[in-house]
Design a protein around this ligand. Structure first.
Ligand code: BEZ
Length: 398
């Protein structure tokens, strides 16, 4: 790490006292013991307000859950959490990331949710060298042409889930679909993945309908759908916006089935109610994944926070799991970058989503499940793409 993360300082301070300690026959702490004494600062830069607030809260809860399960320490180091509400505002992203990395001197940054904000964080952490773990934002570039040794992602690339959805429709023989979304990186890149998946099987996206993030004036776009002659409408919306979109789609009485990147119905089925019934989506998580890790995670999450976990919680939990793997490998000595990154790159994580590993571009490799919304659950009905890795185009790591 190029910055001073606090460990070197405390070591200097302690060694400065060594003369006095020797005179008094006191044992001088080893480097390991010094490291253990100082908590590691983990900055959570996430949205705690706005349309993505619930996503940020669930990520935070799950990070805190994993740390609590490990007795408050990772790799023997106590963890101190510093939270910052990024409001999902890209124009404030660099300033916020600088506050965490330069003013608060965090050792690790976990963030964020919104792809545009991620690009601001990325610019800052590529300069500071701060270890960064992305627990949601899917901006393709951060694990493609702009990949960086200190940046890992435990969520997805925007391309991945929507690509699974496009493949599933294509295999079904769908020839014409439309894509509807917010006009920013996540919506556009998910649309790209959807199109590519559909085209692999001879289908095509004949129309892209967009509105500005986080606007919810869907009516002018919905009005165009019946005349498009499409068999499906694919969508990327998430959080509060997804609740409203799904309700308005149903209320408009449109006969074309709606599908999408799984965020459309993830964590929001309760609020969407009957309007979501039958919607198919593709995502790296779903209800009814019957592995012991998922069962234990869902129970622990619900016991601690009083509500169900969702994909955002899983991604936060896995961000903390990945950090734990790295820190355990270097016994909490975060300055051992080579050892830290080697362990994180090689991590095989038992995730509630199922098996998960890291690609050479430090992007998650995982199954993309096909789900159908049924009675308040995103029920897994198949695998849309097994062990799907992002292409990592342009990344020179590895
Ligand atoms: C994004 O901006 O990358 C994003 C936001 C919410 C859900 C999924 C992706």
């Amino acid at each position: 790490m190029t910055k001073n993360n606090g460990y070197a300082l405390s070591r200097r301070q302690l060694l400065a006292g060594a003369g006095a300690a020797a005179a008094a026959s006191v044992t001088i702490p080893t480097g390991w013991a010094i490291a253990q004494a100082k908590p590691l600062k983990v900055g959570l830069m996430l949205p705690y307000s706005g349309t993505y607030a619930k996503l940020g809260e669930n990520i935070t809860s799950a990070v805190e859950l994993l740390i609590a399960e490990k007795g408050g320490k990772l790799g023997g180091r106590a963890i101190e959490i510093v939270k910052l509400d990024d409001e999902s505002k890209p124009d404030k992203a660099q300033e916020n990331a600088q506050r965490l990395t330069k003013r608060d001197n965090v050792d690790v940054l976990i963030g964020t949710v919104h792809s545009g904000v991620q690009m601001g964080i990325h610019k800052v952490v590529r300069e500071t060298g701060t270890l960064t773990i992305i627990p949601n934002a899917g901006a393709n570039a951060v694990t493609r042409a702009l990949c960086a040794r200190n940046v890992f992602r435990t969520s997805f690339s925007n391309w991945q889930p929507a690509h699974g959805m496009g493949l599933a429709l294509g295999k079904r023989g769908v020839k014409k679909a439309a894509w509807i979304t917010w006009d920013y990186a996540a919506g556009a890149e998910a649309g790209g993945g959807f199109k590519e998946g559909l085209e692999k099987h001879g289908g095509q996206v004949v129309k892209n309908l967009t509105l500005k993030f986080p606007e919810t004036n869907f009516q002018p776009l919905l009005a165009q759908i019946p005349d498009l002659g499409v068999e499906y409408v694919g969508a990327f919306f998430a959080g509060g916006g997804a609740v409203q979109f799904v309700k308005e789609y149903k209320a408009a009485g449109i006969k074309v089935p709606l599908c999408g990147s799984g965020f459309l119905t993830e964590g929001v089925l309760g609020a969407q109610g009957d309007a979501a019934e039958g919607i198919e989506t593709a995502l790296h998580y779903g209800d009814g994944i019957d592995n012991p890790k998922n069962v234990a995670f869902r129970k622990a999450f619900k016991d601690k926070f009083g509500h169900d976990a969702d994909v955002y919680a899983v991604q936060g939990y896995d961000a903390a799991q990945l950090l734990a793997i790295g820190l355990e490998a270097v016994k909490g000595e975060i300055e051992d970058e080579a050892g830290l990154y080697k362990a994180m790159r090689a991590a095989k994580i038992e995730s509630p989503r199922g098996p998960m590993s890291m690609s050479p571009s430090q992007e998650v490799v995982h199954n993309i499940y096909l789900r159908r919304a049924e009675k308040g659950q995103n029920k897994v009905i198949g695998i849309a793409a097994a062990n799907l890795a992002d292409p990592g185009t342009g990344c020179k790591l590895g």
